[in-house]
Design a protein around this ligand. Sequence first.
Ligand code: HEC
Length: 118
Amino acid sequence: MRLILVLLALIGFLSCTSHNEEEYFSNNNCSTENISFSETVFPLIENSCLSCHNSNNSSGGINLSNFESIKSSAQSGQLLGSIKHTAGYSPMPQFGEKLSDCTIAQVEAWIEQGMKNN
Ligand code: HEC
């Protein structure tokens, strides 16, 4: 009986610590607080999207070269739908690797925080 109690306590303790560790790591590696357009959102679009979505070459009619156009694509739901590979949207970046979970979370946070031009 005692042994069972000790084992249960141990299992409880272990599942608790591993859970905390997960939270600890995700909080540390991926900051989604006060996402800046100029420091976070625009650089990632510049690196992963602008080659196909600029003012001379706006694939699919989507031009992501400035704040206003990025904002309107975010407002329509297309921006997030495409980078999250949501059904019904064309997965982006086209032919490229899906953006990291952290990058996607940061774009999502920027949208939730009101799409500031900061
Ligand atoms: C290699 C070229 C290429 C890259 C890189 C690329 N796109 Fe696209 N994108 C396209 C083409 C071509 C279309 C239009 C055809 C289609 O919808 O598949 C398109 C369509 C879209 C659409 C409209 C999707 C829809 O379902 O209507 C959005 C939004 C979009 N891209 C966003 C992005 C974002 C954000 C990135 C960067 C993370 C990106 N694209 C990177 C070529 C590209």
